[in-house]
Design a protein around this ligand. Structure first.
Ligand code: M6R
Length: 613
């Protein structure tokens, strides 16, 4: 999704902005641009393609400005092109603006502006907003700040905007609603970004801007106001992040680095929470809303994509361990279908970025109806984390690869801890099982290491063997059904091979028609209470000459004999086992994508953080 960067201070702005744009490349984009303000004039450069293409367009230019804004665009209104790239000029060319989000009533505003003689040089909603602001500024004879405030009151949609104006040679004006904006506080300088990564090399003191806030930023001052023009005190937070966490650290791709980080990130999500010797789980966020949960009639889990898969797995686990009714909702459906929500509902929001627009709006809706919101979020200080009544961070660290890997396992760990804690509190689990699950959970990092140490070559071999397949089917039952869905999603994202996940027993109700000797079918078939059933499904596929790749528990000789290819994972309780069976599927997608020469970190059309609906 679009990335925004800004700088005002005493250093040259251009290298800081370009470096910041590169840090945001992981979000996904199709064009980029920069606008610099110097001596009451604006230099503006923009280009379709990578940031490196933008860099080529400025070769030979004198770029000494100490204030500027930069953007990576992910197309919504208007195809990826030089003209639709940001920043945009206003009609008078005295203001430049970048925008992340969607202006829903842009066509109405555009029609008004056309009748006034405005000319548009792009197909974007953003240029409409910019000229709307300029029109107010000219006609009301107002300052840019006032014009922005008036314009935003008429705008529907989501935005973060940054503007520079030749009349304000040392100021950036910024505003936010629904899309993320972070401001870094330096020594007589300020940094702006869609997240903190562009500013990490310079400062760890940041302010997360809230919806309906407007910032007036010079090198030595940050003035924050609400849309009603009242001053708001900026809340400065110190980030607990460092640069090495967002660099590749010797790996060829972020995705591979993040897959291999999982023993560490899983341990990190235990830290301060899981005390194995005392068999205790501390979740202070949950404690604050435990009464609400006790009174709740049901839990509703809301998320998108991979986070939705973690939620689906949590449904199985929470219902089994806690005996509470759980429903799992795609946030994008939930937000529009007038769901029946009351103050007796307990909503769990699952999100890596904490900025997914569909999830955010779904939660705002549920909160408006009195529900309690519990966030399971990775990015500290993100919009969903701040909207939630309580929650737990997943502590996976920054995830740069667009395909979620370590964030998924961290979500699952967080949700298992949640379920165990609640089950123990409600006495719906025996002490023996509770202790056994805690002990096994603590062993997961070592078990993941075992997979890396023993299965890697086999996974690579399977990846190369099947890389030319046109379609894949992923099948699982029970706790492994969400893992099958996640495996198929990973393959689609990374290799562009069509893949479908299905509950294995549903195969005979339709997908079995697809089975022939060209179709690889990945069975997630670890030893659990469904094992015999899924082995029967495997036999059904073999009887029709299908190609079976099985993820099995170590030493499962019977299943090995049926499968064409198999990958082993350590045996674990069926509640813990999905954390293991997902690892080979991540690696399988990764190596298939790499073997096809694809950009696995930034697959086409995808964005890391989907901040538009
Ligand atoms: O940041 P979120 O967890 O809210 O993002 C949700 C989905 O957009 C995300 O999981 C997406 O499906 C990933 N590309 C999966 O790899």
């Amino acid at each position: 999704m679009c990335g925004i960067v800004g700088y005002v201070g005493n250093k040259e702005a251009y290298p800081i902005i370009i470096d910041g744009l590169k840090k945001l490349e992981y979000r996904g984009y199709d064009s980029s641009g920069v606008a610099l303000l110097h001596d009451h004039s604006i230099q503006l450069f923009k280009k379709k393609g990578r940031v490196s293409a933008l860099e080529e367009t400025v070769v030979g230019e004198k770029l000494t400005a100490t204030i500027g804004i930069g953007h990576t665009r992910w197309a919504t209104h208007g195809a990826p092109s030089d003209r639709n790239a940001h920043p945009h000029y206003s009609n008078s060319k005295s203001i430049a603006m970048i925008h992340n989000g969607i202006i829903e009533n842009y066509s109405q505003l555009k029609a008004e502006l056309i009748t006034k003689g405005y000319i548009f040089h792009s197909d974007t909603d953003s240029e409409v907003l910019l000229n709307f602001i300029e029109d107010i500024k000219i006609n009301n004879n107002s300052t840019l700040e006032e014009a922005v405030r008036i314009a935003l009151k008429r705008v529907t949609g989501a935005y973060v905007i940054l503007l520079i104006d030749i009349d304000l040679p040392d100021t950036i004006i910024a505003a936010r609603k629904g899309s993320p904006l972070v401001i870094g506080i330096g020594d007589n300088e300020h940094f702006l970004g869609s997240d903190a990564s562009p500013m990490l090399a310079y400062t760890k003191d940041v302010v997360y801007i809230n919806d309906y806030e407007l910032a007036i930023i010079t090198s030595n001052e940050l003035i924050l106001k609400n849309i009603g023009n009242e001053r708001v005190t900026p809340f400065i937070q110190r980030l607990d992040l460092n640069l090495s966490q967002i660099e590749k650290g010797g790996y060829e791709h972020f995705m591979l680095k993040e897959i291999f980080e999982q023993p560490q990130t899983i341990n990190d999500s235990f830290r301060g929470r899981l005390d194995v010797s005392a068999h205790s789980i501390t979740l202070s966020g949950l404690d604050t809303v435990l009464t609400k949960l006790d009174q709740a009639q049901r839990i509703v889990i809301v998320g998108c994509g991979t986070s939705w898969h973690a939620g689906l797995l949590a449904e199985y686990i929470i219902e089994e361990l806690c005996r509470i009714n759980v429903e799992v909702e795609y946030a994008s459906e939930f937000r529009y279908r007038n769901p029946i929500i009351t103050d007796k509902d307990f909503i769990i929001a699952v999100s890596q970025s904490g900025e997914t627009a569909d999830t955010l709006v779904a939660l705002e809706k549920a909160k408006g109806k009195g529900a309690t919101i519990f966030g399971v979020v990775n990015v500290v200080g993100s919009s969903i984390a701040r909207l939630a009544d309580a929650g737990m961070y997943t502590h996976a660290g920054p995830e740069i690869g667009v395909a979620s890997t370590k964030a998924f396992t961290a979500q699952v760990v967080a949700l298992i801890l949640f379920a165990l804690k609640v089950a123990n509190h409600k006495r719906t689990i025996t002490d023996e099982r509770y202790k056994q699950l805690i002990e096994q959970l603590s062993e997961v990092p070592t078990m993941v290491e075992w997979i890396f140490a023993t299965q890697l070559e086999k996974i690579k071999h399977i990846a190369y063997k099947y890389a030319n397949a046109k379609d894949f089917l992923y099948l699982g039952r029970g706790y492994n059904f969400p893992i099958a869905l996640e495996g198929a999603l990973k393959l689609k994202e990374i290799s562009y091979i069509h893949a479908e996940g299905y509950p294995a027993a549903e195969m005979k109700h339709g997908p079995i028609a697809l089975v022939d000797d060209t179709l690889p079918i990945v069975f997630v078939a670890t030893k659990d209470s469904y094992h015999e059933k899924i082995v029967s499904n495997m036999q059904e596929v073999k009887a029709r000459e299908g190609r079976v790749i099985a993820v099995i528990s170590v030493g499962d000789e019977l299943t090995k004999d049926i499968a064409d290819d198999y990958i082993e994972v350590p045996y674990a309780d069926e509640i813990i086992s999905p954390l293991l069976s997902t690892i080979p599927l991540q690696l399988l997608s990764y190596y298939i994508g790499v073997s096809k020469g694809l950009n696995v970190d930034m697959p086409r059309n995808l964005a890391k953080s989907v901040t538009v609906e």
